[in-house]
Design a binder for this molecule. Structure first.
Ligand code: ATP
Length: 453
């Protein structure tokens, strides 16, 4: 059974070192979280699962890692400076501030139920920066609120350095910052978060085909790579589209409190490259864009066959990595009744997502031969290059199993006196709790098979 409440995950995250409140010892800071020893591993494994599917498994997508701080003009022409705002309302009674579009009932305060609510006003979501000695506190740059725009402005750089025919994509994973009015839901809505976004550049005639293709491909990734059952995911098409979008759909996961967005797939037409290109008048743009007098580069594509020079359309896939990790933890969380009043908490993660791939436990710690052999097995498993392998030399075996169940370690390998006699170790499987003795020299092969699952 998956977690019944996000609170189960919050408690596990703190107890076992996945996620801590940001600036905790100074009272915290709303919307900022720190990822601990196992959280960083799980995040890294999710990122890798995405990067492997987007880049390594294909010929048509390149990677990029753009700066987090960017020239103000970029956000002027992307439309973020002018309109990246949420409708903010305030409760006159309790002072709570809320996003009107996310309220349970827009006529009543979410916090105290009062109907005395102010008129909505636009609230700038980007975090402004004052960069350089001459800035004097004035905003002259922004932290990026998404990775996508920094991809569009690099369209020509990537294409010139690595030629591609349409369709092709550029993918980025990185931090984004939004001055969210009300961060909530643990890491669901934060002010500093991480996105994995891919912009797929297509011939305008092919946009609908690739929009459908990416919807299907991304949904399949959530089930195949993250292990989320298909019935816990759904598409929610946007009814009210942004002015530049031709179609948009959210991929939603069934969180304990209901379905909510984890990823978006959008047909953005030629809005983005069209907004940032030089010489906009040379192109027949479908989207309405702000006149750009500052760009120094044409962001167009020349079709060698037709001789046409045009602005490609963009199909975007935009995933929140933190939300993906939250969904994965909720889904793999289980509290098992073991009978006799005993129970265990276990994270039944897909092994390639597990923060620790295997724990090696010397059963007796004052016998140097057992400790040496354990270290040798650890070294051999580390050489596989599959991730974190832990040597457990504290606590008793029961406590070690419990800890590794809770962080989702797929196997524990125990070395004991018998190992010295017959060269076998005990391997214990997380999900079934079954144990078997296998030859020490078979452990690496076995682990490789398991982490592929
Ligand atoms: P929302 O409607 O929830 O504010 P959005 O539609 O603005 O999200 P996008 O701009 O499409 O989101 O960003 C893509 C993904 O980034 C989202 O699907 C989500 O997983 C993640 N994301 C967006 N905002 C946040 C946030 N404040 N905290 C954590 N993840 C976020």
């Amino acid at each position: 059974m998956p977690a019944k409440s996000v609170n189960d995950i919050v408690a596990l995250c703190k107890r076992r070192g996945f996620i801590f409140t940001g600036s905790e010892i100074y009272g915290g800071l709303g919307g900022a979280y720190d990822y601990g020893p196992y959280g960083v591993e799980l995040m890294r494994n999710i990122r890798n699962a995405w990067w492997n599917s987007m880049i390594y498994a294909r010929n048509d997508i390149e990677g990029l890692d753009a700066a987090l701080i960017s020239n103000r003009l970029m956000w002027k022409y992307s439309g973020h400076e002018g309109s990246f705002s949420d409708p903010l309302v305030e409760c006159k009674k309790c002072g709570a501030r809320m996003r009107q579009d996310k309220m349970k009932d827009p006529t009543k305060c979410d916090n105290c139920g009062s109907t005395e609510i102010t008129e909505p006003r636009a609230y700038q979501l980007m975090m402004g920066l004052s960069i350089g000695a001459m800035a004097d506190g004035a905003i002259n740059a922004y932290l990026r609120p998404e990775t996508a725009t920094t991809t569009y402005v690099n369209f020509k750089n990537v294409l010139d350095s690595k030629p591609h025919k349409l369709p092709f994509g550029i993918a980025q994973i990185g931090k984004a910052f939004r001055n969210e009015i009300s961060p909530r839901g643990f890491v669901f809505r934060m002010r500093e978060f991480e996105q994995a976004e891919m912009q797929y550049f297509v011939n305008p005639a092919d946009d609908e085909k690739y929009f459908e293709y990416w919807k299907k491909t991304r949904l399949a990734w959530w089930t195949d790579k993250l292990g989320i059952p298909a019935e816990k995911l759904r598409f929610l098409p946007h009814v009210k589209l942004a002015h530049y979008a031709k179609a948009a759909v959210d991929i939603e996961y069934a969180f304990p409190d209901g379905f909510d967005e984890v990823e978006g797939v959008h047909n953005r037409q030629d809005f983005d490259l069209g907004s940032h290109t030089k010489a906009q008048n040379e192109f027949k743009l479908s989207a309405k864009v702000l006149e750009n007098k500052d760009s120094t580069t044409k962001l167009s594509y020349s079709d060698a066959q037709s001789g046409e020079n045009f602005i490609p359309y963009v199909i975007e896939t935009a995933m929140g990595v933190n939300r993906a990790m939250l969904a994965v933890m909720i889904e793999s969380y289980d509290e098992e009744d073991l009978g006799d009043g005993k129970s265990r908490t276990v994270l039944k993660l897909k092994p390639w997502l597990s923060p620790v791939k295997a724990a090696v436990i010397p059963l007796v710690r004052n016998v140097p031969e057992i400790v040496d052999l354990s270290n040798k097995i650890v070294d051999e498993l580390r050489n596989l290059g599959i991730g974190k392998i832990e040597l457990e030399n504290s606590g008793n075996i029961g406590k070690n199993y419990r800890r590794h169940d809770e962080i989702g370690t797929p196997v524990c390998v125990t070395v004991d006196h018998q190992t010295l006699e017959d060269g076998t170790v005990t391997i214990r499987y997380r999900d079934s709790m079954e144990q078997e003795r296998i030859k020490t020299n078979e452990v690496a092969k076995k682990l490789l098979e398991i982490v592929k699952q």
